[in-house]
Design a protein around this ligand. Sequence first.
Ligand SMILES: Cc1ncc(COP(=O)(O)O)c(C=O)c1O
Length: 358
Amino acid sequence: MMERKFNFSAGPGALPIDVLKEAQEEMLCYKDAAASVMEISHRSPQYSAITESADSILRELLGIDGSWSILYLQGGASLQFYQVPLNFLTGQKCADYLVTGTWAEGAFEQAEKIGDARIAASSVDKNHSYIPSLDSWKISEGSAYLHVTSNNTIYGTQLQSDPAVSVPMICDASSDFLSRPIEMEKYGLMYAGAQKNIGPAGVTVVLVKNEFLKRIPDGLPTMLDYRTHAKTLFHTPPVFAVYMVEKVLRWIKRLGGLDAMKTLNDKKAGLLYSKIDRTDFYQGVARSDSRSNMNVTYRLPSEDLENQFVKQAEAAGLLALKGHRSAGGIRASIYNACPVEAVEALVSFMSHFESKNG
Ligand SMILES: Cc1ncc(COP(=O)(O)O)c(C=O)c1O
């Protein structure tokens, strides 16, 4: 079998090796099911135990009780861009959007199809290289919610803390979910596609306050009404993806929970940013007060050098460092499952590449 290399993919991203091994061991026979987890009913006791465990670890990690519903939906974070306003902007005066990147723009565009979506603040003037300061955000009178994107995967910026605003927040946390403690009481709903920090592609975790669900108007399409999924296991969920998420959640808990994740992620990001800051050869894309701990973006003196960097890094065992096609440059995605050794290897490769080309 080919050897595994250090993987900096922006998503689907690296999974913890322990989790992959556990799944490998269980692939043919899941516990006492005498069949793989992909071959049993989503209403079986074995699958019910998986979701019960996932729910209970999520509640413990995030400090949320039964006043929150936990949903495992399909359609990716992209479907949430539409489902959120469909449920919470329909029949309401307006909603506000913090536009800090391509995904946030996508969420805003979908909301405009439903109702009066307004831009609270935007970083488009500087190619989304910063997070607008909280005092510049305009929250409208009567706004149903403020939608924020906690981490801008493409340009590499991140909200540095959970903002305090006068309306409930709805957060797209796809690329930094469970990478640090979260003040859940500030949010009405949070969603995250699993494929970066908490599992494989195929499931989107949605956390929603039960109180918030009461605002949903009747008459929405059944599958798109959050209440359908909060009430009951309405249809076949993405069983294998949820199974993997449960394993990742147990792995996070074993490592010490969200405080431990933050310490680990601060350390990895610190190593990379201090390398970038020590030299003019590498130029960070994000403004230093807005830097992401998950997606570290930087440029080299020319596109030609960037291409060589990506190619030579791959040959040295460092995968998927090419920036997003719309942004260019280099992007190192260092989600929870990316080990410190991977980042150390990258930093050492950067020094080597600079010494040859600087
Ligand atoms: C912050 C953010 N939101 C939304 C998406 C879209 O997610 P999906 O592909 O699950 O629809 C991505 C994908 O990279 C993302 O990074």
